[in-house]
Write a protein that binds this ligand. Structure first.
Ligand code: NI
Length: 134
């Protein structure tokens, strides 16, 4: 095991409270272990490091009232149309849209698509679930 390092994190209190509840349900005894596992999952994820062809889904929530965001999301999807097998748009409620993109393509291109969507301001949450198919 490599040397342990301490670092500080600033979070909204509500988020930290939710995180504490969440990890308590999973029987974590310390935040450090839970955060370490989260980082491992993120950094060491097969999806992030895999090569070859990936197939799966990119899922995200956003408010359709943000016209700039809607425009950017459309632009990204048209730029990467060759990766998107199909797309489902669900009007969750008055404000919120859920989109699920079924994707297939070269792993770095699929990751690039995900990383174009995830950081956009107004995307409430984004996730990718994909597996290597070659
Ligand atoms: Ni909608």
């Amino acid at each position: 095991m490599s040397e342990l390092t301490r670092f500080g994190v600033s979070l909204e209190k509500d988020l930290l409270d939710k995180f504490d509840d969440h990890i308590k349900k999973q029987s974590y005894e310390t935040r450090s272990k839970a955060i370490s596992d989260l980082i491992k999952e993120n950094v060491e994820s097969n999806i992030l490091d895999s090569t070859g062809t990936l197939a799966g889904a990119v899922t995200f929530l956003y408010s359709h009232h943000n016209k700039d965001l809607v425009s950017k999301l459309l632009e990204v999807q048209h730029e990467t149309h060759d990766l998107i097998i199909s797309m489902q748009h669900i009007h969750l409620d008055h404000d919120t849209c859920l989109e699920i993109l079924a994707v297939r393509g070269e792993s770095s291109k699929v990751r690039a698509l995900y990383y174009k969507i995830k950081p956009l301001k107004g995307v409430k949450i984004a996730s990718i679930s994909a597996t290597s198919i070659s």
